[in-house]
Design a protein around this ligand. Structure first.
Ligand code: PMP
Length: 362
């Protein structure tokens, strides 16, 4: 297909074209071996070398300090919703969660199965200028929480907490499924960072966890071995057979990000893309975004049409114009443009041109 569409899907999402091309070129002949990377034993030295390089590249990109394990796991983002409490909290523990959107809610309900109390420390508030995350001074934290969990980028709601919360005594755990690798990050502020892969990393079903070593060693007894951070760390994330293809593809994505200039360059580009789109939406009275400017996501931009009866026509015509994946999440409706690392600025500009034309013809 010569005119590939711009894909605004929230996930599985667009991956860098250069990565997809390389994967295609070497699909049947990886590393000059005559076979596919999918057909390799994960114990083969060539595969292990590639896998360790991918880990190193991820460590380099995020400047992960030495006292953290970097784990490549399965079960996507949701798998970590149960892995986190079972790995780093006792059954008798209290844990603190922010409830800032749909994914926080799922994480909370999963954690409730494993610990005595999940304290919801804060949520969102409606302000005169859109939906915002409650100010830090209003959070009701527990005295002895085993950890503090939040989702810095709520994929469905398009709500983001751009600063890492300050003055939190408990280890901070973050679900970065939809913002990992989108800009520079101070990993040393976190106890655990985890992410499902299908936005900024690679194929779905895969996940990464970055875990401070001192949190390990006291898992709940029923924790399944494949979810056991310490066991996986000891076995180099190969306790069970890993998703070898996803690991390989993630490695290509990490190299691609390095070639783009790393997370500083990614962050600059992502902020430019997001600002371009929000500026356009804000000057319009035909489109609107209902998130407070301070909490707007740079990865997921939900927007509504002034007249929702036009939604269907908008989506159909967008598709014809080569813009796919713009339908909002089924829970919230409207539109959503997901603009992860792989989305070029031209994609955002093409979307704005289309929005402008649609408004003129409406
Ligand atoms: N957390 C966040 C922030 C997400 O966006 C998603 C998926 N969209 C998940 C968790 C769940 O990921 P998975 O479907 O891989 O379990």
């Amino acid at each position: 297909m010569s005119n590939a569409p711009f894909n605004f899907s929230a996930g599985p999402a667009m991956l860098p074209k250069a990565v997809m091309r390389q994967a295609q070129e070497e699909l049947l002949n990886w590393n000059n071996t005559g076979v596919s990377v999918m057909e390799f034993s994960h114990r083969d030295p060539a595969y292990v070398k590639m896998a360790r390089q991918a880990e190193q590249d991820l460590r380099d990109l995020l400047a992960v300090p030495d006292d953290y394990e970097v784990l490549f796991l399965q079960g996507g983002g949701r798998g970590q919703f149960s892995a986190v409490p079972q790995n780093i909290a006792a059954k008798t523990a209290t844990v603190d969660y922010l409830d800032t959107g749909i994914w926080s809610g799922y994480a909370i309900r999963e954690a409730q199965k494993y610990v005595r109390e999940v304290n919801v420390a804060a949520g969102t508030v409606e302000t005169g200028n859109g939906k915002a995350i409650a100010p830090r001074s209003d959070w009701q934290l527990s005295d002895n929480a085993a950890y503090f969990h939040y989702c810095p980028n709520e994929t469905v709601d398009g709500i983001a907490l751009h600063e890492i919360p300050a003055d939190i005594q408990a280890p901070i755990v973050a679900d970065m499924s939809s913002n990992i690798l989108s800009e520079p990050l101070d990993v040393s502020r976190f106890g655990v960072i985890y992410a499902g892969a299908q936005k900024n990393i690679g194929p779905s079903g895969f996940a990464i966890a970055i875990v401070r070593k001192d949190l390990l060693g006291h898992p709940q007894p029923e924790l399944s071995s494949i979810m056991d951070y310490q066991l996986q760390a000891k076995d180099g994330s190969m306790y069970n057979t890993p998703n070898t293809f996803a690991w390989y593809l993630a490695g290509l994505v990490f190299q691609w990000i390095k070639e783009q200039g790393g997370l500083a360059a990614m962050g600059e580009q992502n902020h430019r893309k997001a600002k371009t789109l929000y500026d356009y939406i804000d000057q319009s009275d035909f489109y609107r975004n209902s998130v407070h400017p301070a909490n707007r996501s740079i990865m997921n931009v939900p927007f509504q049409l002034a007249d929702e009866r036009l939604d269907e026509r908008f989506l159909l015509q967008a598709k014809d114009a080569g813009l796919m994946g713009l339908k909002g999440h089924r829970f919230v409706g409207g539109m959503r443009a997901s603009i992860y690392n792989a989305m070029p600025l031209e994609g955002v500009n093409a979307l704005i041109d289309f929005m402008d034309e649609f408004q003129r013809n409406a």
